[in-house]
Write a protein that binds this ligand. Structure first.
Ligand SMILES: [Zn+2]
Ligand SMILES: [Zn+2]
Length: 282
């Protein structure tokens, strides 16, 4: 156990908003800057924060020297604070610095996206399932979802489907980072969608999957006994169905592979271990 410090180190904070060097930002530049400032260059050591180093927009590189921690931002700005002393506390300081830089960069990152992506990000942050429910936000230049053309609406909802089902992003910043990452890798940022045949909200799939109900309706299947029924795919591709209230098996559902969602008749099938709920053909 370390002795608790008699007194907290004075918070020295040196911040240069302008790039301190003409050289490109790199771990080597951070080390050189630390060596230049150090009374004892032998004390210079890299503080390796993987996420910070990998973020080319809001990240950077950190080094300790003497009793200081130097953080070089991707913008070339430098921050120097008192060295908090341990690997964990240094990483915590870098993490906090990184999160603040990411939050500060959000407006510029949003502005760099196309309008479709920007609207999809706003939808994800607002927690809505379609851009039609997005309220206008004049302060950020977001226009009302209902003012979009049908093609624009589909493009935004397709991008939103990617954010909802493939990215795990829940905040605007996470959503922006997910879209930036996909674009950098040349991957698509939209999923095929159609209108759910039961509720009308966007549902995943097109072509042969154009009859599937949305993920919310898929959880609302009602059996021939007018009871909520939960359906699982067995490894053999057969179905297991049970009443939601008491867990008793519903052989009718498992055998006929039919149910309903609201007033809409649906068929149940399996695909790669999942249950597919589709609006029944008329
Ligand atoms: Zn639905
Ligand atoms: Zn039943």
């Amino acid at each position: 156990m370390e002795e608790p410090r008699a007194e907290a180190p004075a918070v020295e904070r040196f911040v240069s908003d302008r790039p301190v060097s003409d050289r490109p930002v790199s771990a080597e530049l951070a080390r050189d800057l630390a060596e230049r400032r150090a009374a004892d260059p032998a004390t210079v050591a890299r503080v390796w924060h993987h996420g910070f180093a990998a973020d080319a927009v809001s990240g950077g590189h950190a080094c300790t020297y003497d009793d200081r921690l130097l953080i070089l931002d991707a913008t070339g700005a430098v921050t120097v604070v008192a060295d908090p002393g341990t690997r964990e506390t240094r990483l915590a300081v870098v993490q906090e610095h990184w999160e603040a830089a990411q939050a500060a960069s959000l407006p510029a990152r949003l502005a760099a996206l196309d309008e479709t992506s920007r609207l999809a990000v706003a939808c994800r942050a607002a927690g809505v399932r379609t851009v039609l429910e997005l309220p206008a936000d004049p302060s950020s230049g977001v226009r009302r979802g209902t003012s979009l053309t049908e093609d624009e609406r589909i493009a935004v909802d397709s991008c939103l489907a990617y954010l909802r089902f493939h990215s795990g992003a829940r905040t605007a910043l996470d959503a922006v980072r997910a879209l930036e990452g996909q674009a950098r890798r040349g991957h698509r940022t939209a999923l095929a969608i159609h209108a759910c045949g039961s509720c009308g909200y966007p549902a995943l799939g097109e072509g042969p999957w154009g009859r599937t109900v949305c993920e919310v309706c898929a959880e609302r299947t009602i059996c021939a006994h007018d009871r909520a029924v939960r359906v699982l795919a067995r490894r053999s591709d057969s179905l297991a169905a049970g009443h939601a209230d008491d867990g008793t098996a519903c052989e009718v559902t498992a055998t006929t592979r039919t149910a309903r969602v609201g007033d809409v008749a649906v068929t149940l099938s399996t695909y790669e271990g999942d249950v597919v709920v589709e609006v029944a053909e008329a």
